[in-house]
Design a protein around this ligand. Structure first.
Ligand code: ITT
Length: 181
């Protein structure tokens, strides 16, 4: 990987990287990809999970790195799947979530971006409110076909996702801090 990137994004999920790269590009930053499966500790806190992933990522790639931990929090399910979103997606998936959600469909997506350079460890937290659709719509990745944001479209159909998402908001905070550093 050329050393010219401002920072690298460590993740097993290329969709997260590709959106993060596009978003940071709009803030004038370059982002490399360090594809790997990170150690994910069990915790009910996305910030603690992201901090663990960031330390693990830095120990492996040895350059300034960011990681992201996300959670989909559904109100009628007491915030489930929250920090377990990755596992729940791999097991019951969007069809399973649609069966569980009751008549109250409000939800939020939370993103925690954590930066680590071996000296500094810093997290940036953001969320976006929305609701869970009645059926899947669009062919996006992850929970995109069932999460409806502010434009009343699922993220899978929205043209505004990368200007309004949890990821966009957390990366905006990260980039304004990083560019001032
Ligand atoms: P890494 O930990 O390797 O980065 P992951 O896919 O396991 O990748 P998370 O634990 O952060 O990432 O993700 C939690 C789940 O939420 C996972 O199933 C994602 O696919 C999903 N997810 C996160 N952001 C999303 C988005 O913008 N749209 C749709 N699904 C999303």
């Amino acid at each position: 990987m050329p050393p010219s990137y401002d920072v690298v994004f460590a993740s097993s999920n290329r969709h997260k990287y590709s959106e993060a790269r596009q978003i940071l590009d709009s803030f004038g930053m370059t982002l490399g990809f360090f594809r790997c499966r990170l150690e994910e500790l069990q915790s009910d806190s996305l910030v603690r999970i992201a901090a663990g992933k960031a330390r693990d990522a830095f120990s492996r790639c040895n350059r300034p790195v960011i990681v992201e931990d996300d959670g989909l929090f559904i109100d009628s399910l007491g915030g489930f799947p929250g920090p377990y979103s990755s596992y729940v997606f791999e097991t019951i998936g969007n069809r399973g979530i649609l069966k569980l959600v009751g008549s109250k469909r409000s939800a939020k997506f939370v993103s925690v971006i954590t930066y680590c350079d071996g000296t500094t460890l810093k997290s940036f937290n953001a969320s976006v409110n929305g609701f869970i659709s009645r059926r899947q719509s669009g062919s996006g990745w992850g929970y995109d076909p069932i999460f409806v944001g502010s434009d009343s479209e699922t993220f899978a159909r929205s043209k505004l996702k990368n200007e309004s998402s949890h990821r966009y908001r957390a990366l905006k905070k990260f980039s304004s801090w990083f560019l001032r550093m």
